[in-house]
Design a protein around this ligand. Structure first.
Ligand SMILES: [Zn+2]
Length: 203
């Protein structure tokens, strides 16, 4: 079974984490994980630029170190960058100190303020040690990284699930279909009266 929203337990486990911006305004928050990527990032940037919509990139430290030019391009265009760890560690399988070291190593290439745990997995101890970071999770996941799911279904889920303040997670990788469906999704959402913004500093 695939879940398109975090279960109620998630809010209980991570009460200080951000899943959705509390608002009644029709605003959506696009986020792209696991980049930058030389195939995907330029395509995403083109589409975002065409519609002048905001987005936040939760980059892997390893990829950010490998592709500094792409990082500069993302920054230059005014998008927000968040930390997604250096080696995409699973918090449930990594001891707290190793985990924190991995996040801190990624900070120098990404962000030391905003963090999205890979797989959305974080232990209580890790969360405590990362209290200087804003932890950002998501309201909608569209399985854009899952070839078996298919791009049309991913697009359909996005269209069905959006609501005011939704944080949407997509992926900035060569395997993701995000760059195939993003254009149509943005047109759809704008047509419904939504606008797009970056994750705010305060919420
Ligand atoms: Zn990831």
């Amino acid at each position: 079974m695939r879940l398109y929203r975090p279960g109620f337990l998630a809010g209980f486990l991570y009460p200080e984490a951000l899943f959705r911006i509390k608002t009644t305004a029709k605003v959506l928050y696009l986020t792209f994980d696991d980049g930058p990527d030389p195939v995907s990032s330029p395509k995403l940037l083109d589409i975002l630029g065409k519609f002048h919509v905001g987005a936040t990139f939760f980059c892997n430290g390893s990829e950010a170190e490998k592709y500094p030019d792409l990082m500069n391009e993302i920054r230059k265009r005014g998008y927000l960058i968040g930390n997604h760890g250096y080696d995409h560690r699973d918090g449930w399988k990594t001891n707290p100190m190793d985990y924190i070291n991995d996040v801190n190593r990624a900070s120098q290439f990404t962000s030391d303020k905003m963090f999205r745990p890979p797989y959305g997995r974080l232990s209580m101890k890790q969360k405590k040690l990362l209290r200087s970071f804003k932890i950002v999770l998501w309201d909608i996941i569209a399985y854009d990284f899952d070839k078996a799911f298919g791009s049309r279904r991913s697009l359909g889920k996005l269209k069905n699930k959006i609501r005011p303040g939704s944080i949407i997670v997509l992926h900035d990788t060569a395997l993701s279909c995000a760059n195939e469906i993003l254009d149509e999704f943005i047109v759809f959402a704008l047509g419904k009266g939504y606008r797009f913004d970056m994750i705010p500093d305060f919420y």
